[in-house]
Each structure stands twice: as C-alpha cells, then as structure tokens.
Ligand binder design. Sequence first.
Ligand SMILES: [Ca+2]
Ligand SMILES: [Ca+2]
Ligand SMILES: [Ca+2]
Ligand SMILES: [Ca+2]
Length: 334
Amino acid sequence: MDLLITGADSDSMPMTKLYRNDGDWLFSESPSNIINLINSSVDCKDYNHDGFPDIIIEGDDGTNRVTKIYKNLNGEFIDIGRPFTNTNFGSVKWLDFDNDGEMDFVQSGLKGEPFHSGPTCIMYAEVTSLQFYHNDGNDAFSLSSEKTHSQAYGRSSISVGDVDNDGGDDVAVSGTPGIGRCIVGINWEVGYIDEMFMSSPRLYKNQGNGIFSDMEADIPRCFTWGSHDYCVFGEFISYSIKLGDFNNDGLLDILRTGNGGYGFPSTLYINKLPAINNPPSIPTGLTTEIISNGVTLSWNNSSDDHTSSNNLVYRIYLRDTANMYQVSKVNLDF
Ligand SMILES: [Ca+2]
Ligand SMILES: [Ca+2]
Ligand SMILES: [Ca+2]
Ligand SMILES: [Ca+2]
C-alpha cells in the first residue's frame, strides 16, 4: 500500500506528494504530475476497473479552487480533464450511490468567495456546496444532485456508509454550514449562543436514484464534558467525521472531532435506529434432475438486504410421495 498526502507543506505552500511503499516499513517519494494543493482532500478508488486506484482531489493551488480526477495508467496519473465544480476547504469521497458497480463521488467545500450583505455585516455567508456526481462511464461524470446554503458544509469532512442498513451508502458530513444571513454585533464571549452558528453533523440518506435526503437525525449539538455543558458552534472548523460501528451492534455510529472555539472536542454519537433485517427473497427456477438413485436440485440464488447472495444458507426438506412426512433436512451453505 502506497501513500498520497496533500495540504500545506512546511512553508505553508500547496503540496501533494506520492510515496511508494518499498517494504520493510520504508517509503520513498515518487514524482508525479498530480497538482499541488492546499486546503485539500483526496480519495482513491479504482473507478474504471483496471486494477489501478484512481484519484479524486480538491483544494486550491494558492490562487484558484481545483477539483480533478486523475486516472492511474499503470502508475502514471493522467488528468481526465473533465469539468467539475471547483471546491476547497472540503472533502471528496468515492462511493457507488446507485449500486450500478461504477464509482460515483461526493464532494463538499467552498465553491465561491464569501459575501457581505452590508457595511455593518461582520459575519458573512460562505458559499458552501455538497455535490453528488454520477459516473456515466468512459471517464464521464455528471452532476446528479446538490445541496447548498445551510444544507451544505464548508471547512468540512465527509464519511460514507450505510447508516440505515438499506443497502445504499449514505453520507455523513460535518463542518461549517453555509450561513445565509448577516450577523451584526456578535458577542464572542463564552456563553454566546446563536442558532445560526450551531453546527451538528448531518446525515443524508441515499434514496437510490442519485438523490440524497436529509435524515434529520437527532444529533445533539450540546454535550457534557466534566462538570460543564458545551454546545457545538459553527465557527468550529477542520472537523473530521467517521462512520463506524463503535459498539458492534450492526449499526454505523458517528465519531466527530475537530478544532473549536471551546477546545478540541471529540464526540461519539451512537446510532439508535431500529435494526431492520428483512427475510431473503424466495428462490426461483427450482429444477430437479434424477440420476440413477440420486437427484440434483438447482435454483437461482436469492437476494437479501444484508447478506450477499453468495453467503445465504439454504435448508432443504425431503418428503415422501404422500407428502406427509419429513424424511430429512439438510442445511446447504454455498
Ligand atoms: Ca483505475
Ligand atoms: Ca454508480
Ligand atoms: Ca442507506
Ligand atoms: Ca453501532
């Protein structure tokens, strides 16, 4: 496994570096033509099924926002040259949101300059974006859907996983939402609370058609630390969020951490959704073939909302000609 990193170098300049794994815990820097970016995010998946992981990267080169996909041709990275919305201060993640076997992607971040709505406006609306791009094949991607304003997060992090166990990957995002109004005369002292500044992670449910809907999950914005209560504010930046089943109950939970005005909180949110596990579909295409004193049974694999077809187990009952008695039964685990 090799390593790709991007962000600010020791001189705060845009940087992207590829390190090859030479074995024995040794890595060597490998030259590449991947653009140097800062305030950036990168993710790797083999979107074109050639066995080589490809790269999506977003950020800024010090002047302009950039979002690019590089195709990995036998270790050489080629910019596929497709137009995407350019974002920085965000996150990119590959995911197959329509389950067609082709990697799509989601990106968050800032896509424009912040604006001030008046001379007394000391807080501005950041132009945030959360976009879902569909993989159309042949290195073509098209915008499938987009969230904006308070539904999108800049200075953000994304994690992908099937939060409600319905077979479709959902998206968790955390960061600073786009704030749509001017704030005047802010009191930055401890204890100041304004609804517009509060920021809680957001979960978007994959509807299976390229559309993601807000789950409106009840994710607490306030938490207790020691003997004090704290609330999470939108001015917290550089959040990182990760979905994982931290209590091993089959449901993905949320871990979020970051840089905030009241410290560096890390918060674990436990998924309380009821676990739904529907029975598999009824097998079809049952055929029998009698050979000598044996019989061969065959059928089409069933499907299931949790277990892959290859991992389903079948139980077969044999009855006599009067269909009155169970002669034997056997579990078949293919
Ligand atoms: Ca590839
Ligand atoms: Ca897809
Ligand atoms: Ca889901
Ligand atoms: Ca869990």
